[in-house]
Each structure stands twice: as structure tokens, then as C-alpha cells.
Design a protein around this ligand. Sequence first.
Ligand code: ADP
Length: 358
Amino acid sequence: MLEFGSTATLRTYRRTSREDAWGGRREYRAVVDPFARLTVLGSLNMDISVTVPTLPAPGATVLGGGATFAPGGKGANQAVAAARLGAESGIRVRMVGCVGDDDFGRTLKASLSREGVDDSAVRTVPGAPTGIAMITVDQAGENIITVAPGANREVGQQDIAALGAPAGDLPSVLVISAEVPVQAIRAALAGAGSAAPRALTVVNLAPAPPQEEAAAILTQHPDWLVVNESEAAAVLARPVSGLQEAARAAADLVKAGAGNAVVTAGAAGAAYQVAREPSSGTVPAFAVHARDTVGAGDTFVGALAVSLAAGISPAEAITAASAAAATAATRPGTQAGMPRPADISTATGYEWPVPVAG
Ligand code: ADP
């Protein structure tokens, strides 16, 4: 049975904002809780990418350029996005997940640690290989991706128990993405819901699990659900394309059990349905010169989680996440392209709203 301790620190964020006379720029003063914690439960993969002139047909072999190796996996990506955006605000980010007892596993843990993510609850599973994603990209940017989950499949009870460690206190925000077993996702949500005080849960159903399992997850009422158009389509069993359909999908995902829902729609932006007023809306994408949109969704989730941890209002947190994701789209690489607050204002002109600690 999952257990969280009950000694979670009280969140003491206070924020004041005012519009100045020079065009509505906001200023924030805040008392940031030095113990605010954001935990990500999810996957870690080594991404192995090769660029080829044309993608191979079944049975064919094509020669590509040199392979590149980069840390990835949705969970680790979201943890890195959150660490880069939360560090200046004193928000501590911790990752819970599994790697194999091999060089890739050690490299992934070390890279998280370099990013300032606490990797002490990333468990090394003897006898299981570290997850890998084999990515083949052609000249036009079209790709074929094969994922071998390896140790990510081993995420289970022991790891769920670690969500409340080391002092037994629950994180302020728990981010869960779906490249780990559905049983683990459900156990984590059950634990977060029964702890006192509750952790705010942000669930990213990516990739979307089979529809019945997704429906069961929603009946556990995650505070926030974030999905892209194709994941929303899979969960709702109908096509979802464009901002208007994304808005209807967000409303239906809340009806299905999510506390608040965001459906991202790539270069079109994002639509949301939230419990607080204004209860629904769309946030058009920030106009940027996109170079590499891989990782935009993970940046969105990490940025949203940091904003919510800091007590930013839902609508503004979604705008902040959109600005962070647009910035990531302007930069090459997945984790490599994830922004710090200053990068966001440079790329989009939007001032990251989470106050600096101190
Ligand atoms: P995923 O990467 O999970 O498929 P999306 O493609 O929907 O997610 O992108 C997530 C968010 O990233 C979007 O809602 C949008 O805010 C931002 N985004 C994605 N592509 C672009 C782009 N070309 N220009 C600006 N923002 C983008």
C-alpha cells in the first residue's frame, strides 16, 4: 500500500502584482517557500538519433550520418524543464523512475544531477536495460521512433513509496507522465489524493494509454490533465484537430474527471478548461521561428508545473507554459533546447511570471 507521510511543508507563496503605467508590465513580489518541491514520476531514456537521406522502407537498409546520444524520456525531459525554470525560485525538483545497471543508466542519472534535479530516487534495476529511443530522421525532419522501455517498465510499488521520501513529506506538485506502467500512475494518484495535505497532481497522458485505462485514470481526478491533440483524440475516441476542437476536448476531459484540462495543439496553441474563473479559453501559440518542436510538449508540462507550484493563476500558468514551449521550439535538441527564464523573454518578449527566491 502506498504511503505518504503527513508532514508536508505548508506552502507560503504570496504574490502581489500590479500593472504599471507603461504598458501593463507586471511586477511580482513574493515570499517563496524554500522547501517547495516538485517531483516528477516518469521515464528516462537514452535517445539515439541518426539522420538519413530518406526513411527506410520495411526490409530496407539506409546509411545515415553519425549517431548522436542525448538524454531523454518524457519524465526526465519534464524534470529538466522544471529545474531550469524553477531553480531561480528555489523550487527543488526531484525525479522518481528507473534505469538499468548499465552505462546509459549512469549517464542519465549524472545528466539529471548536473541539471540540478535530485536523482537519488532514480532506482537502478539490476538485469534490466536502460530505456532507449531509436530515432531516425530524414532531411525534411520526418521521423520514425522506436522506443524500448526497458527499466521504465519496472516502475512500481517501491518507486511509488519513494514519492514521499526522504522525510516522508509530499511534494507540493507531483507530475506524472505515461511512459511508465498505468498501475504505477494509478497508485501514485491514489497516494497523492489520500495524503494530507494533498499534492497537486499534473498528469500528462503521453503516450495515451488504452482508452479504458485512461478513463480509469481520469476517475481518480488528477488536478491537471495535459494532452496534445492526438492524445486527446485517443482518450476521447474522436478526432481532435485545431483549437476549437481542443477546447471542446478540454471541456469533455473535465467532465470525464480531470480537475482542469489543457489540450495543446502544436503551432496553433493550447485550449483549456479550468475550475476557476475564467473557466475556459484558448492561448494562441507565441509567434516564433520554430526550428525543432520535439520537446515542446514536455517543456509545456514542466513549465506549467513550476508555475502552479508558485501559485500563479491557472490562465497565466498556461500562458507561461506556452511561452516556455515556444522558446523550446526555437532551439535545437530536446533537453538541450529547454529554456531558462531569461531565454523566454528573449525569444517571445514574455516575462516569466514566477518570482525569484530571496
Ligand atoms: P507535443 O510536443 O506534446 O506534441 P504540441 O505539439 O501540442 O505538444 O506543443 C505543445 C505546446 O508547445 C503548444 O501548445 C504550443 O504552446 C507550443 N508550440 C508547439 N509548436 C509550436 C510552434 N511551432 N510555435 C510556437 N509554439 C509552439
